[in-house]
Write a protein that binds this ligand. Structure first.
Ligand SMILES: Nc1nc2c(ncn2[C@@H]2O[C@H](COP(=O)(O)OP(=O)(O)O)[C@@H](O)[C@H]2O)c(=O)[nH]1
Ligand SMILES: [Mg+2]
Length: 298
């Protein structure tokens, strides 16, 4: 069986969004009704009211400036505007050399799976990842991560259930150094309902990393389940209050996700989406590409 490309998976996953938009761009001329229908479709696609309005204003301007009349010309313009909204040119520090990547997010969004996928991706590119099982809240979390570590053929450090996550990270760094690793991936427990505890826990982990690996940059990636729509944006805002995010991973874009939340997150929080998850397999992780994404969405 031929393996589906990620773009196909993304496009199939976003199929519902796609079809709302598809109906709007047929033959007719651009008029007020078109803009109204477009706004509705953008909101249904989870872009949120403010982001949808901002994009529509920009589209109206482009249509005027470029004297566009056909709806399919407006579609191309909108694809460009969306791509510009989700584009980010800051490099992902793990690509530039040794790096720590701290993975945060609420339960069930796909943190552990994403770590397995990232470990595999970098390992295949000749890097030496070390995994720290710092979600010590449930024993099953470390078991699950251990399976991913095996699959990706990467070492992992774990402690017993209930252990101090910062202590796991401390030991993982010792092992990282001893083994000459160059990418430290840290899984965490995401108990957002207890913000103060979460903040303390993450700060403690950050302090250990800063002390033990002072010259190694640290990325903090928030994992969000794209099928939760507007809720994902709310989670992102809440996490920004407890830690300094440097990027986002959007998972489950192969499923029933409408995808527009990606645009909203960029627009309202200004943090880059680094990767997208398009399935449960180890290879189902893709670097985020603004142009491909904008095309798949519309
Ligand atoms: N369809 C799909 N499922 C995913 C994706 N990423 C994770 N999952 C599933 O989401 C569930 C929760 O994932 P897990 O990594 O345990 O989440 P965690 O609690 O944040 O660590 C699992 O059943 C994963 O297989 C994705 O990109 N697509
Ligand atoms: Mg987990």
């Amino acid at each position: 069986m031929e393996k589906k490309s990620w773009f196909t998976k993304l496009k199939e996953g976003l199929g519902k969004t796609n079809s709302w938009f598809a109906g709007l761009f047929g033959g007719e001329r651009i008029n007020d009704e078109f803009y109204e229908e477009l706004e509705e479709a953008m909101i249904l696609a989870d872009m949120g009211m403010d982001t949808a309005e901002k994009l529509l204003d920009a589209l109206r301007e482009t249509v005027k400036r470029e004297k566009l009349t056909a709806r399919d010309e407006a579609k191309d313009a909108l694809i460009r505007l969306i791509a510009d909204t989700v584009r980010h040119d800051t490099p992902f520090l793990a690509d530039q050399g040794p790096c720590t990547v701290l993975i945060v997010g609420v339960n069930g969004v796909g943190k552990t799976t994403t770590i397995g996928k990232i470990a595999n991706l970098y390992k295949q590119n000749g890097r030496k990842p070390m995994i720290a099982a710092a979600d010590t809240f449930r024993a099953a979390a470390a078991e699950q991560l251990g399976e991913w570590a095996n699959r990706a053929d990467c070492p992992m450090v774990r402690h017993q259930e209930g252990a101090d996550p910062a202590a796991v990270v401390f030991d993982a760094i010792a092992s990282y150094r001893a083994k000459g690793c160059d990418l430290l991936l840290v899984d965490t427990a995401g108990r957002l309902h207890n913000k103060k505890n979460l903040m303390n826990e993450l700060n403690k982990i950050r302090r250990v990393i800063a002390r033990e690996l002072p010259d190694t940059p640290c990325e903090v990636l928030l994992v969000l389940d794209a099928t939760t729509g507007q809720n994902a944006t709310a989670q992102a805002k809440a996490f920004m209050e407890v830690c300094e995010l440097t990027g986002v991973v959007l998972t489950k874009l192969d499923g029933t996700a409408k995808g527009g939340v990606t645009v909203q997150i960029h627009d309202t929080l200004n943090v880059p989406v680094r990767f997208i998850g398009v399935g449960e397999g180890i290879d189902d992780l893709q670097r985020f590409d603004a142009d491909e994404f904008a095309k798949a969405l519309l």
